[in-house]
Design a protein around this ligand. Structure first.
Ligand SMILES: [Zn+2]
Length: 296
C-alpha cells in the first residue's frame, strides 16, 4: 500500500519570513487617513493579521507616519422641539468624520455637550446625569463618569446652563488628556487620564484651577491667581506637556495651569496678528472639539 508523502518541511531558506517582511513594509506605507486598508489586510489571512496586530508594528507605523491623522471632529447642536405644552430644548453631540473610518459618535446622547478631545479621549459635560462629566475612550469604548467636588461647582457654569444672570461672570473651561508621565501616546488607550478644570469667580477677578486624576479618582486642591479677565468657555484649550492653556474673554491673555507644579499664571502672548489669532481661538470654541484619534 502506497504511503502518502510527508508534508514538506520549511527549510532554512524558506521565503515565508522574507515575504512577511515585505508585507510588513507594504503595510507600513498604507495611508493612516484611510484605515480601511489596514482592516482589509487584517482579514486577508492569519499571517497578515499577525503582522498588523503586533504591538511592535503599531509603534513602527506611528513612527513612520509621525503625526497621527485627524479622523474627525465633534460639535454640539442645540435643538428645540415644539410641543403643545412647552418647547423641549436640548443639546446633541455630533461627530463629523474626515476619514474613511466611522467612530461611535455618541450622537444619541441628549444633553451631552462636547468640551474637549485629545489623545483619543472625549470629555463631555453631562449636567442632566448624576455625574457632570463623562470621559469616553473612542478606541476602547470605555466611559467613566466624573463627579465634581464642591470647589469645582463654585466655578462651573456654561452658557445656556440656566438663565440665572447672578453668576454671569462665572465661566470655566476644561481639558482632557492622557495621564501617563512622559507618554508618547503611541499605545496608551485605556490608560489613566486627567481632566483639568479652570474657571473664573463670579466677580471675574480671580482664576481657579484643579485637576482630576483617573488613578486616584480625586480632584487636586483648588489653586487660584489674580486675573481680571474672565476665562472664556468658548475658546479651545491647548495642552503642552504638563501645562494647560485657556484663553480669556476680554483680551488676548491666556491662563496657564501647570498641573505638575500646581501653579497658575496669566500670560499675554506677543501675537503678530492679534485679531486673526483671537478669532482662531474663538472659532475652535467649546462646542467644537478637534479629535486627533490615535488608532495605534
Ligand atoms: Zn499617552
Amino acid at each position: 500500500m502506497a504511503m502518502s508523502a510527508p508534508p514538506p518541511r520549511r527549510g532554512p531558506l524558506s521565503v515565508e519570513p522574507l515575504f512577511d517582511d515585505l508585507m510588513r513594509e507594504i503595510f507600513l506605507r498604507l495611508p493612516p487617513h484611510d484605515p480601511r486598508g489596514l482592516l482589509r489586510a487584517a482579514v486577508g489571512c492569519r499571517s497578515w493579521r499577525g503582522i498588523l496586530s503586533d504591538a511592535a508594528f503599531a509603534r513602527e507605523y506611528r513612527r513612520f507616519h509621525r503625526a497621527p491623522p485627524m479622523l474627525g471632529f465633534f460639535y454640539d447642536q442645540f435643538h428645540i422641539e415644539r410641543r403643545r405644552a412647552f418647547d423641549e430644548r436640548y443639546w446633541l453631540p455630533h461627530f463629523v468624520t474626515t476619514a474613511t473610518f466611522r467612530l461611535p459618535a455618541y450622537e444619541d446622547r441628549r444633553d451631552w455637550r462636547v468640551l474637549d478631545s485629545r489623545h483619543g479621549l472625549v470629555l463631555f459635560y453631562t449636567p442632566a446625569m448624576d455625574a457632570d462629566f463623562v470621559v469616553c475612550d473612542l478606541v476602547t469604548g470605555e466611559e467613566l463618569e466624573i463627579h465634581p467636588d464642591s470647589d469645582c461647582e463654585d466655578i462651573m457654569w456654561w452658557e445656556d446652563d440656566d438663565d440665572n444672570y447672578r453668576f454671569e461672570n462665572i465661566r470655566c473651561n476644561a481639558a482632557v488628556l492622557c495621564g501617563r508621565d512622559r507618554c508618547d501616546h503611541l499605545n496608551c488607550h485605556g490608560g489613566p487620564f486627567r481632566v483639568a478644570l479652570l474657571g473664573s469667580d463670579e466677580y471675574g477677578q480671580i482664576a481657579f484651577a484643579t485637576v482630576y486624576s483617573s488613578e486616584t479618582r480625586e480632584w487636586s486642591d483648588m489653586i487660584s491667581a489674580e486675573n481680571p479677565n474672565t476665562i472664556s468657555n468658548w475658546g479651545h484649550s491647548a495642552v503642552v506637556g504638563n501645562k494647560v492653556y485657556v484663553p480669556c474673554l476680554e483680551d488676548d491673555s491666556v491662563v496657564e495651569y501647570n498641573m505638575g507644579e500646581q501653579k497658575l499664571s496669566v500670560m499675554m502672548p506677543r501675537l503678530r496678528n492679534r485679531t486673526r489669532t483671537s478669532r482662531t481661538l474663538v472659532s475652535w470654541g467649546w462646542r467644537t472639539a478637534c479629535c486627533c484619534l490615535h488608532r495605534w
